[in-house]
Design a protein around this ligand. Structure first.
Ligand SMILES: Cc1cc2nc3c(=O)[nH]c(=O)nc-3n(C[C@H](O)[C@H](O)[C@H](O)COP(=O)(O)OP(=O)(O)OC[C@H]3O[C@@H](n4cnc5c(N)ncnc54)[C@H](O)[C@@H]3O)c2cc1C
Length: 637
């Protein structure tokens, strides 16, 4: 099937304006005739629901959590990018576009990334109008700090709680529409499947997580904002409920999955400290503004950090990348950290950590100034590790953090299923093979506040819709299949817990499909996952019933999907015989151990089409055409 990205013609800077003009409109009186389902209430789903309801559509919004404002987005710490250039450092829409496309190792669509950079400034205006308490400088202008992969400070922030503040803004806008009767809010609901009728997405089937009831909901379009799939690795910085299920169910219904192998490993997380740990904690990239990353110069040096003199320390990022220093992009910082640990220079009990040291900043600016910027992060670190980072450097190690892959979408954010739109981390669209820090919040809000309000109108105005309601047979069949799957999970009565399977799956993925990959390991992992999946369906223990609140059952469904999805990740990883961004195949590296791209053979988006149980997926590609930037080898030296 040819993939039509629907990128409009004309000069890059004019595409979005022109497209908005050319898109068909739904007149205000007709908007109330359309029902739209939004799944997810993170920054993408919250902003989309509020904006669509404000326009006059009837919106039904669903989320797993008890309150929409508990979506994973609330955990975002460091900030959100925009090219306001308040500081006169030379930022511009073009520079933000270029940094993002280069940061993604030239594996994203030019037109989408440019639009993102254009919209970035509107987001900040909208959020300020909502009352988001961004940090300000002494003159009252919004303050900026630096994030990786950029030489200008363009990250807007609210201490280390930017996601929380932005989500409260989106949540307020959403609840305003709930009060106005334009959004019906369904918390504690999990989407179990998509309903497709005549090739159009026409609704969803959900489970009420409190009563266990299976519900059917119909609409004219479905907007999926269900976040990323990092928890396929079991341990990640994602919220515990983050999952791939909604995306995966849509994949099985015909939505193509794009670049599932593109995973981001974040360099600065609190290292794993025990076998039974279920969650990892991020230490925001913002700390690398002032923090210096180092290891002892000599392998095996076990002295405490304070006893290692300057001359015997290796600030390896500053040494290797003098231009960007500690602010190289995440993939580069993560791989270098692993390299240091592999050479025996890792610190801490396990040797799987490096120091992130703010001592120079504390000496230079004083403890109060540092506490103002990073106080809550320091507090979090101390609570988890028992060590005071004002006194001793933090220990950090890379961890799974974000997924650049997702459902394939065209320029309108529509998937390969008509009427199924995908926003935020759930789509593949803007970050290529590596996302730059502070760009996920920007993308989620761009999609929700500024893109979908236009593009969904173009879809609704241009289509005819058959009369379908939730009592239609297609809804009943989908609901029955979802219920049967739950009963099957409950009937197995095996010996191993869901978490036990999930942990094992995560270890396989981390060992063979993590920070570095090789073909032999990937093939081995494919077989191991298949065996694990078979065992899961014979030996998983899911207590309780489906007629009640049952978190084991919820998790079992999600882990079952992760298992199938992990196999797809392996297929995609093996298919991409190059290294780019966060995808590092050991066979493809430069003499300096950097990722070696193959633009001729892999300068495309890889997408996969589901063909049936235990069958290989079909491959389709969207060639990436670069008309405005020159493809270069990424260098941060
Ligand atoms: C610790 C941490 C810090 C971060 N800091 C930053 C930062 O500083 N800057 C930045 O740009 N990015 C940051 N990120 C990344 C960023 O937070 C996420 O990419 C972004 O918030 C994702 O938003 P989203 O709306 O796409 O999805 P989410 O916020 O993940 O929301 C997903 C929603 O979908 C719902 N959902 C999922 N599945 C189902 C289902 N089957 N049925 C019903 N509902 C479902 C959930 O309930 C939830 O409401 C950070 C990430 C982490 C983990």
């Amino acid at each position: 099937m040819p993939l039509d990205s629907k990128v409009p013609g004309g000069p890059l800077a004019e595409k979005w304006d022109r497209h908005r003009f050319e898109l068909k409109l739904v007149n205000p009186a007709n908007k109330r005739k359309f029902d739209i389902i939004v799944v997810g209430t993170g920054l993408a789903g919250g902003s989309a629901s509020a904006s669509l309801a404000e326009l006059g559509y009837n919106v039904k919004t669903f989320c797993i959590q008890d309150s929409p404002r508990r979506a994973h987005s609330i955990a975002a710490q460091g900030g959100i990018n925009a090219s306001k250039n308040y500081t006169n450092e030379g930022d511009s829409i073009w520079r933000l576009f270029y940094d993002t496309i280069k940061g993604g190792d030239f594996r994203a669509r030019e037109a989408n990334v440019y639009r993102l950079a254009q919209i970035s400034n509107n987001i900040i205006d909208q959020c300020v109008a909502q009352g988001i308490p961004f940090a300000r400088d002494y003159g009252g202008l919004l303050a900026n700090r630096s994030f990786g992969g950029a030489q200008v400070a363009r990250t807007f922030y609210a201490r280390g709680q930017t996601g929380q503040q932005l989500l409260l803004g989106a949540y307020s806008a959403l609840m305003r529409q709930v009060a106005a009767g334009k959004v019906q809010m369904y918390p504690r609901r999990e989407m179990l499947d998509l309903v497709v009728k005549n090739g159009q997405a026409r609704g969803i089937v959900v489970r009420n997580l409190v009563s266990g009831e299976i519900e059917r909901h119909a609409a004219h379009a479905v907007v999926l904002c269900t976040g990323g799939y990092g928890n396929v690795f079991f341990l990640s910085t994602n919220a515990m409920a983050s999952n791939v299920s909604a995306n995966y169910k849509c994949y099985k219904k015909g939505a193509f999955f794009a670049n599932p192998c593109f995973t981001q490993i974040h360099p600065t997380c609190i290292p794993v400290h025990g076998t039974y740990q279920s969650k990892l904690t991020l230490m925001s990239e913002s700390l690398r503004n002032d923090g210096r990353v180092w290891v002892p110069r000599n392998p095996g040096d076990k002295r405490s950090p304070g006893r290692i003199p300057e001359a015997e320390r290796d600030y390896f990022l500053e040494r290797k990348y003098p231009s960007f220093g500690n602010l190289v992009p995440r993939d580069v910082a993560s791989r270098n950290t692993k390299e240091q640990c592999d050479e025996g220079k890792g610190v801490g009990e396990t040797g799987l950590a490096v120091y992130l040291d703010l001592a120079d900043a504390i000496r230079r600016d004083g403890k109060d100034a540092v506490a103002k910027k990073y106080g809550n992060l320091f507090q979090m670190y101390e609570k988890i590790t028992g060590e005071d980072p004002y006194e001793t450097p933090m220990m950090i190690f890379p961890a799974v953090h974000y997924t650049m892959g997702g459902l394939w979408v065209d320029y309108n954010l529509m998937s390969t299923i008509d009427g199924l739109f995908v926003l935020g981390e759930a789509n593949f669209s803007d970050h290529g093979a590596n996302r730059l820090g502070a760009s996920a919040l920007m993308q989620g809000l761009a999609d929700g506040y500024f893109v979908i309000p236009y593009t969904i109108g173009g879809y609704l105005a241009g289509r005819s819709f058959s009369e379908v309601n939730a009592d239609h047979q297609v809804f009943k069949d989908t609901a029955r299949q979802a219920q049967e799957r739950l009963r099957k999970l409950l009937s197995i009565n095996g010996q191993r817990t869901v978490d036990d399977f999930h942990r094992q799956l995560g270890l396989i993925m981390w060992d063979y499909c993590g920070m570095t990959r090789n073909n032999q390991g990937l093939k081995k992992a494919g077989t191991m996952i298949q065996q694990l999946r078979e065992e899961f369906w014979e030996n998983v223990a899911v207590p309780g019933t489906d007629k009640d609140f049952n978190q084991s059952l919820e998790r079992a469904g999600r882990v079952a999907d992760f298992m199938e999805f992990a196999e797809l990740m392996i297929v995609d990883t093996l298919d991409r015989q190059e290294s780019c961004g966060g995808h590092f195949n050991e066979a493809y590296q430069t003499e300096e151990n950097e990722a070696k791209r193959d633009d001729e053979n892999y300068g495309h988006v890889s997408t996969w089409e589901y063909t049936g149980r235990d069958k290989d997926p079909d491959f389709h590609k969207e060639p990436l055409i670069f008309e405005n930037v020159e493809l270069t080898t990424r260098s941060y030296k």
